[in-house]
Write a protein that binds this ligand. Structure first.
Ligand SMILES: [Zn+2]
Length: 140
C-alpha cells in the first residue's frame, strides 16, 4: 500500500476496479475543463477545438490535483483517447512524476492502478491485459 487515497479507492472496490468516469463532457477551453473536473471528479473532460486537444480530470487518488493530458499529436507526445463500450480509454498509462505519483491506466471508463503490491495485482484481469495489448499494437 502506498497512499491513503489509493487505499480507500481500492478497498472500497473489494478487488474490483473503481469506476470513476460516469460521464464524458466536451468543452472548448481548458479553463472550463478545469472547473468541471474539480466540480465533478467522476467526469472525464475533453477539450475539443476542431480536434481533441486535451483530456482533463481530477486525479483519481483523491489528491484534488487536476490532470491535463495532451491529446493533440501536433502539439507533442500525446495520449490516445478512445471510447470503448464501457467508457473512455487512454493509452499509455498515466504516471505522475510529481505530487501523489499515482500510476494508473484508464480503460473502459475505469481506473486500473499500476505498481500495486503483488497481492493486489488480481485487480487487473488477464482479459483486460490482453485487450490492452491488442489495442496498443493497433496504434500506428
Ligand atoms: Zn493524485
Amino acid at each position: 500500500m502506498r497512499r491513503t487515497g489509493n487505499r480507500v479507492l481500492r478497498s472500497g472496490a473489494e478487488g474490483n476496479p473503481v469506476r470513476i468516469f460516469h460521464k464524458t463532457l466536451i468543452v472548448s477551453s481548458q479553463g472550463e475543463a478545469r472547473l468541471a473536473a474539480l466540480a465533478n471528479p467522476d467526469q472525464l473532460i475533453v477539450v475539443r477545438r476542431g480536434r481533441n486537444r486535451s483530456a482533463v480530470f481530477a486525479c483519481p487518488c483523491g489528491c484534488r490535483d487536476v490532470l491535463v493530458l495532451n491529446l493533440d499529436r501536433a502539439a507533442g507526445p500525446a495520449w490516445r483517447l478512445r471510447f470503448r463500450r464501457g467508457g473512455p480509454a487512454l493509452m499509455p498509462s498515466i504516471w505522475r512524476t510529481t505530487g501523489c505519483k499515482s500510476h494508473f491506466i484508464v480503460w473502459d471508463g475505469r481506473i486500473w492502478w499500476c505498481g500495486l503490491a503483488p497481492n493486489e495485482t488480481e485487480n487487473f484481469p488477464k482479459d483486460v491485459v490482453k485487450a490492452l495489448k491488442v489495442w496498443w499494437d493497433a496504434i500506428p
